[in-house]
Design a protein around this ligand. Structure first.
Ligand SMILES: [Zn+2]
Length: 423
């Protein structure tokens, strides 16, 4: 694990660092479970009160933790209990960059979003323009949250990432980004540790953070123009030996019709069930006159200068009871469910979260994904399996990004060979 950026700046730098594995455990317990008394913390971590007391005392000195009296009563009026919490000064920045939009958020130590910004961003303008925007937005949000310095920044980009190098690798949708040292550039500009990953991995971590019942085994399926999957096993992101784990969009579907995928192969899952494929099919159905509703909407779109239907049109068509659209989505959901059934047999996850813009079309799709996944999996593997829509459609990426970098900042003492969760 390589982290660029040094939080030990000039003497007045308020940002402390954990010194031991036990301190890292205290910090992560406070991040994930909120403020607690010393005895509660000891019970949760399975260590003695004395040990907790020593570590908490040290963390207070380092400025990472504070203790506060609760239960009222003026000072000196008898015994009062105290709770331990993360320093209110801690700030993480989470950034999720898409092809045409960007989200930036500042969180506290518990990863609660304090300030956020969503706006347009043309990835094709290249790294210098886009990263300058990231730095400007991050600084403005930090100031609005009452802080000057970030403790760490996590950022996601929509393409393959060399995690160890902190740079994109031959990203198909990102001209000018190949090999660009994103992590180093941001760490230098902001003077804090930076973690770079792909957008789907960040969303998987964000969902894990929001989904306390996942128990650490979770799949996040992003259905956007393409289809990707973030894989969390035993609380850790599984990236694979080349960072390609979860690239399910190019798994071959059963009984395909030979249609071409953007990757050059045929009958890939996303060529059948990705958002771009669904829109192509819906547009073709409108041109053939299979659906009067879609044909009318397509005519309206073309009068306005567009070529194809948009995802929002499919949502409206569904609401209007258009059967062609419902069949298209059911077919797409069935194909996604087939692939997920293979993953369920292989990994036995507790939760599968479905997100991305296509998932916004709602329950027709989810119902079909569920039914195909359950039908094709062994009962033992699906006995407790939950398949749900994303709980964080707007914030999953930024919260996941903040979570990833918080592991680096709060748990640096775990070291290589026993990497903290998600790293
Ligand atoms: Zn493909």
């Amino acid at each position: 694990m390589v982290v660029v950026g040094d939080s030990s700046g000039p003497g007045e730098d308020p940002r402390g660092r954990a010194e031991s594995r036990m301190q890292s455990r205290v910090l992560c317990a406070l991040r994930d479970h909120g403020p607690q008394s010393r005895p509660e913390l000891g019970a949760q971590m399975g260590v003695s009160r004395t040990t907790v007391g020593v570590e908490v005392g040290r963390l207070v000195t380092l400025g990472l933790v504070r203790e506060q009296a609760i239960g009222g009563g003026p000072p000196g009026a008898g015994r009062r209990s105290t709770v331990v919490d993360l320093s209110p000064d801690i700030r993480f920045v989470g950034v999720a960059v898409g092809v045409t939009e960007m989200a930036v958020a500042v969180t506290d130590g518990h990863l609660a979003v304090l300030e956020e910004w969503h706006g347009p961003c043309e990835l094709a303008q290249g790294p210098d323009v886009v990263l300058a925007e990231v730095v400007t937005r991050a600084r403005a949000l930090l100031a609005a949250s009452g802080a000057e310095v970030p403790w760490g920044l996590g950022i996601g980009l929509p393409g393959p990432i060399d995690f160890a190098a902190g740079a994109p690798v031959a990203p198909p949708l990102m001209p000018g980004w190949d090999g660009h040292p994103v992590r180093e550039q941001l760490a230098r500009a902001l003077g804090c540790p930076v973690v770079l990953d792909n957008d789907v991995n960040l969303m998987a971590v964000g969902e894990l953070h929001a989904c306390s019942g996942a128990g650490g085994d979770l799949l996040f399926v992003k259905m956007g123009s393409g289809i990707g999957c973030g894989v969390v096993v035993a609380g850790r992101l599984h990236r694979g030996s080349n960072g390609c784990a979860g690239d399910i969009g190019h798994v071959e579907v059963v009984a395909g019709d030979g249609r071409r995928c953007a990757c050059g192969s045929t009958d890939c899952l996303e060529a059948h069930a990705g958002g771009a494929a669904l829109l192509r099919e819906a547009t073709a159905a409108a041109e053939r006159g299979d659906s009067a509703w879609l044909a009318q909407r397509l005519a309206t779109r073309r009068e306005a200068g567009a070529e194809d239907l948009e995802l929002g049109d499919l949502g409206e068509a569904l609401a209007a009871g258009d059967r062609v659209t419902a069949t298209l989505l059911r077919e797409g959901g069935r194909r996604v469910g087939h692939v997920l059934a293979g993953l369920v047999s292989f990994l036995n996850p507790a939760v599968i979260v479905v997100g991305g813009r296509v998932s916004g079309l709602g329950h027709v799709l989810l119902a079909e994904i569920r039914s195909a996944t359950y039908r094709r999996s062994l009962p033992q593997a699906t006995r407790d399996l939950r398949i749900v829509l994303s709980e964080l459609p707007e914030q999953g990426g930024v919260v996941g990004a903040a979570h990833l970098v918080s592991d680096v900042v709060l748990a640096p003492a775990t070291g290589v060979g026993d990497t903290p969760p998600h790293l």
